[in-house]
Design a protein around this ligand. Structure first.
Ligand code: SF4
Length: 329
């Protein structure tokens, strides 16, 4: 059952140098209780998409088309049409966001326990002070921070602890959806793994769904149930983490998989993807990936591939449209 349905969502950035089409006609479903990974290089549109879902975009960004429908237990909510008061309640109670740098999202002059207490006080006015105190301790404990650190300020905590505190704040009101935008990128691999493990455990316990964003596809394989790959503002492949790992069908997915060291298994050479992502103000004709694609053939410079369903998930590549041409390994 879907908790979020995104349909035909497009976001532009208006600038003097031209219109940047950051997200272009994206449709995705988030199922209740799943972790959906969003991967792609910088500028692929994944963070803009996540911000658009939470209505967190600021000018010059502008949603130009599409809808985001949130399924409450007994009703459907059109997120893009929520009035300001309803939107504020939606953002904490039903959808919370954890950003890459907790140092930027936490209040530097407030102890972390007080910051969680603040969220509870504002959104749960009937909750007693004692109950709030107990909830703060419980939330910190659940993310691996001992009760005596609730009086610590963000600068007194390590990077990993700060990210854990940001996750505790996101969990405060038991939201159905948590968007995590590169939440472990600034951390070392060991801390990263601990936090990934923690997120999965918390998700199983609380039942929320996660949109987890990172440029590191091998890390996403570790944590996600399903993955959507973005390139130049579009979704180019979707599938379960297992399927994408076993048989990626889009050449860009294959390139991403070969660009990052695996967290498990034998050491392999990293190959990377030749070239750089395109200018989103002036995309190449046909398939936007064709100037970098080792499997490109004549039609790729003329025909724009559609995102079509396959035996496992979807893929937007002309190789998938019965051309008879094989992907170059
Ligand atoms: Fe490569 Fe062509 Fe497929 Fe694009 S459509 S990914 S250029 S093979």
């Amino acid at each position: 059952m879907n908790v979020l349905e995104i349909r035909g969502l497009s976001v532009d950035y208006l600038s003097a140098g031209g219109t940047v089409h950051a997200v272009d006609d994206v449709s995705l479903d988030l199922r209740r209780g799943e972790i959906l990974g969003l991967a792609g290089e910088s500028g692929s549109g994944k963070s803009t998409l996540a911000h658009a879902i939470g209505r967190l975009l600021r000018p010059p960004a502008m949603i130009t088309a599409g809808s985001v429908v949130y399924h409450r237990k007994d009703e459907q909510v059109d997120v893009l049409k929520l009035a300001p008061k309803a939107l504020r309640a939606f953002r904490w109670k039903e959808l919370a966001v954890v950003f890459q740098s907790a140092m930027n999202s936490l209040n530097p002059v407030m102890a972390v326990g007080a910051q969680i207490d603040d969220v509870l006080r504002i959104h749960e006015p009937d909750m007693s002070r004692k109950a709030r105190g107990e909830r703060v301790v419980e939330l910190l404990r659940r993310v691996g921070i001992s009760a005596d650190r609730r009086k610590s300020y963000p600068h007194e905590l390590s990077g990993g602890m700060r990210q854990r505190a940001a996750i505790a704040i996101a969990l405060a009101l038991n939201p159905e959806v948590i968007v995590m935008d590169e939440p472990t990128t600034a951390l070392d691999v060991v801390v990263q793994r601990d936090i990934l493990h923690e997120i999965r455990t918390l998700k199983d316990e609380y039942g929320f769904a996660v949109i987890f964003i990172t440029h590191d596809l091998s890390l996403l394989m570790e944590i996600s149930d399903r993955i959507a790959i973005m390139y130049a503002g579009r979704v180019v492949e979707t599938g379960t983490a297992k399927e994408l790992h076993r048989s990626p069908r889009h050449p860009y997915t294959l390139g991403l998989l070969r660009s990052f060291p695996k967290l498990r298994g034998p050491r392999e050479d990293l190959l990377g993807i030749p070239g750089t992502p395109p200018d989103l103000r002036d995309l190449p004709p046909g398939c936007a990936f064709h100037p970098r694609c080792q499997s490109a053939f004549d039609d790729c410079g003329r025909v724009s591939p559609r995102l079509l369903p396959g035996p496992h998930g979807e893929v937007a590549c002309l190789l998938n449209e019965n051309t008879g041409v094989e992907v170059q390994a």
